[in-house]
Write a protein that binds this ligand. Structure first.
Ligand SMILES: [Zn+2]
Ligand SMILES: [Zn+2]
Length: 394
């Protein structure tokens, strides 16, 4: 490679050129040498590279000042050692001097052996930056009531997601312009560099510093997305939660997550269902559990009672002599199994309400009643005392 040309000379501007003049000159050069206009033209490619490098420095106030002061060495500490590409941890090439582009030189030498480019380990091996990538899944929580979980419900899901920018259609370039293929890596996103390590020269691959591995350079960024190609947008969708869902279940809206990159498919929205507990019902799988208060009279004489279920009040006849805590089962009155036509059961325990705040007369009546009880009227209470006596020996 020929000796490096002065950056001002490359862009064809004077040393006192204004920023605007530099930009204008650069644009003219891009139009002249852009690789798209000169496919497979090695010379144009080199020119473009030279122009980009010059513009990189002269368009940056700080770099330009350093260049004006110290020349190439002012802006590139590895000047004289080729592109230097910043890879690996082996330190610079200091003092090698004299070669324009050592990477190319060793590239040529090693090309005879084949396969050195992929040596890996020293650089970062990368996938093709332009390969399709699937968008991210978005996780969101939805809170529904106990009853809605039993019956099914429509919920509205609101998320923020990445969408392809409508202005640039994902390219990141200002509408009317298009991203350019990175001249340094020719769109691959990685560059090969040669490094001297002890006596050996090792060629490695690293992320292209110019395009940061994207393989593309955007000269004029899209104002809609600041060059990202995607925009963050709120997204709302109503989904039907099926009957029988339970706390912690998840549902998925396929293809409505973050948009894919480079034509990759979209991610999904994953909805996690949180079911609010109910005051009256508890649930285990598709079975429901509840407690029903009855009077001691109903417990003693039996009665038809109304049991609250998820379908509403259900008539049930409790037998005379029902004990506190007895569990009854209403078959097929539980929750529908998810995506099935069958249901669980409803289990309810009766809780006998013991009368409180009795007045003297009521208390006397109750005592008289209790005195009237015979052995055959007694139930588990008696049996429990008998068993305890037996157990504890007295
Ligand atoms: Zn855009
Ligand atoms: Zn690149």
């Amino acid at each position: 490679m020929a000796e490096k040309r002065d950056y001002y000379e490359v862009l064809g501007v004077s040393k006192s050129a204004t920023d605007a003049e530099i930009k204008k000159a650069y644009h003219a050069m891009v139009k002249k040498y852009h690789p798209d206009l000169h496919p497979d033209d090695k010379e144009a490619e080199e020119k473009m590279k030279e122009v980009n490098e010059a513009y990189d420095v002269l368009s940056d106030k700080d770099k330009r000042a350093k260049y004006d002061r110290a020349g190439f060495a002012g802006v590139d500490p590895s000047y004289g050692a080729g592109s230097g590409a910043g890879a690996g941890g082996f330190g610079g090439f200091g003092g090698m001097g004299g070669f324009g582009d050592i990477g190319d030189i060793f590239g040529d030498i090693f090309s005879g052996f084949g396969g050195f480019g992929g040596m890996g380990g020293f650089g970062q091996s990368r996938q093709n930056p332009n390969a399709p990538r699937r968008g991210q899944d978005i996780r969101t929580d939805v809170q529904i009531s106990f009853m809605d979980a039993c019956k099914g419900v429509d919920v509205t899901v609101r998320v923020n997601r990445n969408e392809k920018c409508p202005q640039c259609h994902g390219s990141g370039a200002r509408p009317g312009t298009s991203p350019e293929t990175c001249p340094d890596c020719r769109g691959t996103g990685s560059v090969r560099t040669a490094q001297r390590f002890g006596g050996a020269v090792i060629q490695s691959t690293s992320v292209c510093p110019r395009c940061r591995g994207t393989g593309r350079i955007i000269r004029e960024v899209c104002p809609g997305c600041s060059g990202q190609g995607v925009v963050r947008r709120p997204f709302t969708k109503t989904v039907s939660i099926p009957r029988g869902v339970d706390n912690g279940n998840t549902d998925r809206i396929t293809g409505e997550g973050d948009c894919g990159i480079n034509g990759g498919e979209n991610g999904d929205i994953i909805i996690r269902i949180n079911v609010k507990p109910d005051e009256m019902f508890e649930r285990e799988g598709s079975d429901i559990y509840s407690e029903v208060p009855i009077s001691y009279l109903q417990a003693a004489l039996g009665d038809e009672i109304t049991v609250p279920t998820i379908d509403g009040g259900e008539k049930f006849r409790i037998p005379p002599g029902t004990q506190n805590g007895t569990v009854f089962v209403l078959r097929n009155k539980g929750v529908y199994k998810l995506y099935r036509p069958t249901r669980g059961d409803h289990h309810f325990a009766v809780r006998v309400d013991v009368p409180k705040n009795l007045n003297r007369r009521q208390a006397e009546l109750l005592k008289a009643f209790d005195d009237s009880l015979e052995e055959r009227n007694k139930s588990d209470r008696k049996n429990i005392f008998d068993r305890m006596t037996g157990k504890f020996g007295k």
